[in-house]
Structures are given as structure tokens and as C-alpha cells.
Design a binder for this molecule. Structure first.
Ligand code: MG
Length: 383
């Protein structure tokens, strides 16, 4: 029985993850759930799964929650330190890291340090601290597995050849709701328009990231660290149907792809059961009706965030932490007041903050955390 802790259990990935666990009762058990503030939803999860622990990372919730919302078999804990304790507990085998943004870093770090199987759905961990995280995993013997659909696809395709024989990988991008739009038309788009994704149903922040292509930029950085590739080996192709989740091209010219309908339960389940595959809830391809798969090159002229991703991946060091933090606040600013902070300001402001920071090629974790705070403050006052 695999004992699982889900960091971010009430979010979009988290609830999908609980569906996967619910469908594998003999194989997986949910032993810890973690959320920031959503105590009602967290309470419901404990009523169903009776995990050993439930953690609310926002300390202030201590005075807000109704104790009877939680299962009597669950111990309720508060604060960020509690996340680290639970994630590193010997009674947990696997940690699913699905807390949005840089907030997920500490719990994920603790789990890797403790040598767990760590399923990374929160790409920020690798974007911010990729080299440190991979190095730590090597030392501790932790297994780091991707949940991000593109990276899961690459990981699955990599099983068909030797690592040394990989020529390049190709990450697919849906192109988001503004695919084909030019910069003039992008200026002035509203948060409601940016939050409407054509193929994936996800949280708000990542949906805006898909619209700017910043999500793909972050994924290029994530792929570089996760698979130990050179930036020149990572390509992006726009594929609006989101059926092919990525490609791996080997030195002989053979290209292996992973296909499935757009649904996160498959990559989540694969990360939990790897190297095994089990029957599950994920929707199947329907080969009886005619359908089309389209591919087109990305448009970095009108979606300049993608270029930022390549530059940051190539430069490494402190750049990932700064880009990630700057982008998080830029998206918040756009969502809360798009008249004052335009959709097109997101990549422009991110570049400005990035160019303005004190670059360090091999920072410590503390330095990354400090720079994360600095970049947020810079973005709050940008203009
Ligand atoms: Mg993705």
C-alpha cells in the first residue's frame, strides 16, 4: 500500500489526484492532505478518506476552522512548518506536490530531502531551484516524477530508448485562447477572456500563463532541469487539440509521442504507479470518428514570454526564481486590474524585473527565497 500526501489537495490537480486515489483502493491510501485556507473542502476530504493528517498552511486559519468539519481520525495542523514535517514523515511514501506557485517549494524540498517518491505537478519547484532540487534528489535517493502533462509525455516516451540517444524533445502547446492573435489585438484583452482555455480546465493562474505562453516558457525551464538537457535540445510546437502531449526525437530520427485526451488523471496516475501501468479513470482515445491533429510553429513575436523562457533556461542561476516570482505577481496584477496592468505588460514587466536583478550563477536556496521576495516587490511597483 502506497501512503500518499497531497500538497494542494483542494486545487485542480489535487482534486484530480484524489479521484485517482479513490479508484485504486487496494493500492493507494491518502494519508495527508494540505491546503492553504480552504478548510471546508479540506474537512470534506478528511470525512471521506480519513487521512492521518490535514494541514492548513495559513496559520491564521487556526481561529477560523470548525473542528467538527474534520474527521475524528484526522489530526489537524497549522502553518508552513507542519507541511514540512508531514511531507518528510516516515509514514508517508509519496508526496504529490500540487501547490500553485513558489509556496510549494518548502514542502517539496522536505519530501525530496527525506528520499520520497515526489510527483511534481507544481512546475515552480523546478523553475525556481531546478539544479538544487535535482542534486538533492540524487543525494537523498528521492525519485522525482513529472505530473505536468508535457513532461509526463516526455518521460513516458523516454522509456523507449537510451537517454544518451535523445536528440531533442518537442513540448506541445495548445496556444491558449489567443492563438493566432497579433500584439495589437492582444492589448486590452480582459481577465475573463484570458481565463477561458480552449482545451484544458485548470486553475486561473496557469490559464493566464497558457494565454501568454508563459506556461510554456516555464515548462522549457522545467524540462531542462528535469531531463538534464541543453536548451538547444528543447523545442516547442503549437498543437491546438492538446492530444499529443509531447515528443521525443532520438538520434536515428525516430520520434516517439504520447497521446491521450486532455485530462490530468493520466499523468497523475502514471507518476503514482510508475513503472507500472494500471487500468484507471482516464478517458480513452476514440478512433472510430474522424479527427485532426494540427501542428504549427509558435509565434514569439506576438507572444514574447516564450523567448524569455529560453533565455532564462540558458542562463540558469537566479533567473528562474526571478522570472517565476515576477510572473506570479504580474498575473495577479492583471487579474485584479487589467486597466492599470495590461495583458501585454506581463512579459514586458517580467523582462524588466529580470534584467534589473543581481544575477548569481549558483545561488543557495536561501538566496533564491530572498530573490523571490525581491522580484515580487519589484513587480508590485512596476511601471
Ligand atoms: Mg503543462
Amino acid at each position: 500500500m502506497q501512503r500518499i500526501c497531497v500538497l494542494g489537495s483542494t486545487g485542480s490537480i489535487g482534486t484530480n489526484c484524489l479521484e485517482v486515489i479513490r479508484a485504486q483502493p487496494g493500492r493507494m491510501s491518502l494519508d495527508a492532505v494540505v491546503a492553504r485556507r480552504s478548510w471546508q473542502a479540506l474537512g470534506k476530504q478528511t470525512q471521506e478518506f480519513a487521512p492521518r493528517w490535514a494541514v492548513l498552511s495559513d496559520e491564521g486559519q487556526r481561529n477560523v476552522v470548525a473542528a467538527d468539519a474534520f474527521s475524528t481520525r484526522t489530526e489537524v495542523l497549522f502553518g508552513a512548518d507542519a507541511i514540512e514535517r508531514v511531507a518528510a514523515s516516515p509514514e508517508i511514501d509519496t508526496v504529490v506536490s500540487a501547490i500553485v506557485g513558489a509556496a510549494g517549494l518548502r514542502g517539496t524540498w522536505a519530501a525530496i530531502e527525506a528520499g520520497k517518491r515526489v510527483c511534481i505537478a507544481n512546475k515552480e519547484t523546478l523553475v525556481v531551484a531546478g539544479p538544487l532540487v535535482m542534486e538533492l534528489a540524487q543525494r537523498s535517493g528521492a525519485t522525482v516524477l513529472p505530473v505536468d502533462s508535457e513532461h509526463s509525455a516526455v518521460f513516458q516516451a523516454l522509456q523507449s530508448g537510451r537517454r544518451a540517444d535523445v536528440k531533442r524533445i518537442v513540448l506541445t502547446a495548445s496556444g491558449g485562447p489567443f492563438r493566432g492573435w497579433k500584439a495589437e489585438r492582444l492589448r486590452g484583452v480582459t481577465p475573463a477572456m484570458a481565463c477561458h482555455h480552449p482545451t484544458w480546465n485548470m486553475g486561473q493562474k496557469i490559464t493566464v500563463d497558457s494565454a501568454t505562453l508563459m506556461n510554456k516558457a516555464l515548462e522549457v525551464i522545467e524540462a531542462k532541469w528535469l531531463f538534464g538537457l541543453d536548451v538547444s535540445q528543447i523545442e516547442v510546437v503549437v498543437h491546438p487539440q492538446s492530444i499529443v502531449h509531447s515528443f521525443v526525437e532520438f538520434v536515428d530520427g525516430s520520434v516517439i509521442a504520447q497521446l491521450s485526451p486532455p485530462d490530468m488523471k493520466l499523468p497523475i496516475q502514471y507518476a503514482l504507479t510508475y513503472p507500472e501501468r494500471v487500468d484507471g479513470l482516464s478517458p480513452r482515445m476514440d478512433w472510430r470518428s474522424q479527427f485532426q491533429l494540427d501542428f504549427e510553429p509558435p509565434d514569439p513575436e506576438n507572444f514574447p514570454a516564450l523567448r524569455l523562457g529560453y533565455e532564462v533556461a540558458a542562463r540558469g542561476g537566479t533567473c528562474g526564481a526571478v522570472l517565476n516570482a515576477a510572473n506570479e505577481v504580474a498575473v495577479e496584477r492583471f487579474l485584479s486590474d487589467s486597466e492599470a496592468f495590461d495583458f501585454c505588460d506581463i512579459p514586458t514587466a517580467c523582462r524588466a524585473v529580470l534584467e534589473h536583478h543581481n544575477f548569481d550563477p549558483s545561488p543557495s536556496l536561501d538566496e533564491l527565497v530572498r530573490l523571490d521576495g525581491w522580484a515580487r516587490e519589484e513587480m508590485r511597483t512596476w511601471r
